[in-house]
Write a protein that binds this ligand. Structure first.
Ligand code: GDP
Length: 359
């Protein structure tokens, strides 16, 4: 017991000191479904919360009159920005169809943020990814300039992404990019944990736009038409117009911000418009922060996640229960053959589980 507590302390110290290995181990811990790991993870997370509360109360006196951390007036192109203060990190979700250039964008954008003096973590959310013994499947590791930067950290996560974000923030990364990998349910999930949801789209309108799920437009605070370079500039412009008009029919998420459409080239270097993308995101952050909307949004997200965690923990418990599992496979077979209604089977499984719990 004591040793386990020590190791939580050790992880916390490592995290705070910016030890990437400690961060990787901590993320593995919060990702684990092992009940013992869950206990350790929860202990680590509460320690982080405690520490942040203490630091925040110290900061509120010393930093009361300091300038805003995301300054809009940059004297020169490569001027450093103040890193965001504790508890004021910026969580940005990035989504888009495969091939749109998410990896390329994240690489340029991440390096740009690092050049501005930020520390950037990138969490790629892949619900299907499996972790083996604390390391992620090797072939997925991106060997890019960004991943080699000492001011950036990249990791694949499959679940408990909000907890992984908290860990990155505790480790001093003030900007967290959360990327959806593959297609599926992860967009909504990511939109529910970030401050701003950014959708990357390819430089063509019409058909693509028709095929785009309306739901994903509704989640987006910013649409970026990527690959706006060379021969693609004209179709990028066209896409920009198409998406701008499409957004007129989408209900705004907040009354404080209207979704915008911009064009960038992730491969276009300094002329590519990456700075414009960041300026727009900063503007969003400032408006949302100063109006109190951001705090409200995060509170609401925490509530959503509490219930998500409840269902996932309950499912874990169900799956660990041998008797329930046995009964479930019998019932599954009957449901397949339509001998039992799904609702009735579900009810039986829950009943069995509850009886097991109380005995
Ligand atoms: P992902 O699947 O969304 O991560 O897309 P990738 O980042 O792997 O990019 C897919 C392809 O698009 C690659 O061949 C990139 O080189 C290319 N690409 C990405 N960004 C740009 C861009 O800004 N302009 C052009 N012309 N090509 C790009």
């Amino acid at each position: 017991y004591v040793r386990r507590d020590d190791s939580v302390e050790g992880l916390l110290t490592g995290l705070v000191e910016g030890d990437r290995y400690a961060l990787a181990r901590a993320i593995t811990l919060v990702e684990s479904s092992n009940p013992q790991h869950r206990v350790q993870a929860q202990r680590l997370l509460s320690k982080i919360l405690e520490r942040e509360a203490t630091l925040a109360s110290q900061q509120s006196t010393t930093l009361a009159n300091s300038t805003p951390s995301l300054s809009k007036d940059e004297p020169s192109a490569d001027a450093k920005e103040q890193p965001l203060r504790l508890g004021k990190s910026f969580r940005i979700g990035l989504s888009g169809p495969p091939g749109v250039g998410k990896s390329t964008f994240i690489e340029s954008f991440g390096m740009y943020l690092v050049s501005k003096g930020h520390r950037v973590s990138v969490l790629a959310v892949d619900p299907s990814s499996a972790r083996t013994g604390g390391s992620i499947l090797g072939d997925k590791t991106r060997m890019t300039e960004l991943s080699r930067s000492s001011e950036a950290y990249e990791e694949y996560v499959a679940r408990n992404t909000t907890e992984a974000i908290t860990l990155c923030e505790a480790a001093g990364y003030d900007i967290c990019l959360v990327e959806t990998v593959g297609v599926g349910q992860s967009e909504t999930m990511v939109a529910d944990i970030v401050d701003m949801f950014v959708l990357l789209v390819p430089p063509a309108g019409g058909d693509e736009l028709q095929g785009m799920k309306k739901g994903i437009m509704e989640l987006s605070d910013l649409v970026i038409v990527n690959k706006s370079d060379g021969a693609l500039v004209d179709s990028a412009r066209y896409a920009q117009i198409e998406y701008t008009s499409a957004l007129k029919f989408v209900k705004a998420i907040t009354s404080f911000w209207k979704a915008r459409v911009i064009r960038v080239s992730s491969m276009g270097g300094p002329e590519g418009g990456i700075d414009k993308a960041w300026d727009t995101m900063k503007e969003y952050f400032q408006i949302m922060e100063s109006s109190g909307e951001l705090q409200k949004k995060r509170g609401h997200q925490r509530k959503i996640w509490m219930w998500r965690q409840v269902s996932s923990e309950l499912m874990d418990l169900l799956n660990e229960d041998a008797q329930v599992r046995e009964m479930a496979s019998e019932l599954e077979a009957k449901v397949l053959k339509n001998e039992v209604m799904s609702g009735a089977a579900a009810h039986k499984i829950v009943e069995k589980f509850m009886r097991g719990m109380s005995s």
